[in-house]
Design a protein around this ligand. Structure first.
Ligand code: DC
Length: 225
């Protein structure tokens, strides 16, 4: 069994940046579960299924064979034999992922992949239900959040750095809609696990958040010895 650090929180809270840094510091692998849901969403989009068609999502999800491996420390997502990382960050894919991830069959299809990775490796895994459902026994659980304004600002900056045009209000609206969907779905909604530590990154730098998590990790490992 690996040492498991679970980081959950809403879209744009900085989970992936922070989880990646923590993983690097500790020589753990970083598991981005959002990318798995995005790969599933890409499969649905490519199959011509609309977000409203829950029955079709349910029926077709087992057709998405998703595996991950690592190349130079980067998580590579393979969907039915094809590397798909380059397609996963599009807004359309994120929005479809938020909708299709509410379908229980989709979650069940990805659960074992996530648990196996955590059983076989020391991991920093980020997502929405890692501390509550996927790894309830994780040694360290963090709930990372930030205000909707902060998260929208960060997302706009990220898109602009990629040379993409975007509108702040539009992005903020998307973020709020996605939060509402992720927090109110019936299966594995986004919520803070009872034993998770809350970190609000609105007024913290990336370094400060990383340091806090490393401190929590050190406390846990000294307690264990
Ligand atoms: O973290 P992200 O933006 O890449 O995630 C995309 C969507 O996938 C998100 O809106 C909700 C869903 N998701 C989930 O339901 N459970 C996870 N563990 C990770 C992501």
């Amino acid at each position: 069994m690996g040492f498991n650090i679970a980081i959950d929180g809403p879209a744009g809270a900085g989970k992936s940046t922070i989880a990646k840094r923590v993983a690097k510091e500790l020589s753990f692998i970083y598991v981005d579960t959002g990318a798995m849901y995005r790969a599933m969403a890409l499969y649905m989009i490519n199959t011509g299924i609309s977000p409203e068609n829950t029955d079709a999502i349910r029926e077709h999800c087992t057709g998405a064979r998703i595996t991950i491996h690592y190349e130079n420390g980067e998580q590579v997502v393979v969907l039915n034999g094809k590397k798909v990382n380059a397609f996963l960050r599009r807004e359309e894919v994120g929005n479809m992922a938020s909708v299709s991830s509410a379908v229980p069959e989709v979650r069940a299809h990805l659960l074992q992949l996530q648990r196996n990775l955590a059983a076989e490796n020391n991991v920093v895994m980020d997502g929405r239900d890692i501390g509550t459902t996927i790894l309830p026994e994780a040694e360290v659980k963090i709930y990372l959040t930030a205000s909707a304004d902060t998260r929208a600002r960060r997302r706009v900056r990220e898109l602009e750095e990629k040379g993409l045009n975007c509108d702040f209000e539009e992005i903020k609206k998307d973020i709020i809609e996605r939060d509402t969907r992720d927090m109110n779905r019936e299966v594995s909604p986004l919520r803070q696990a009872e034993d998770a530590i809350l970190l609000d990154s609105s007024d913290l730098t990336i370094e400060q958040v990383v340091e806090s998590i490393l401190d929590i990790f050190k406390q846990k490992t000294t307690q264990k010895m």
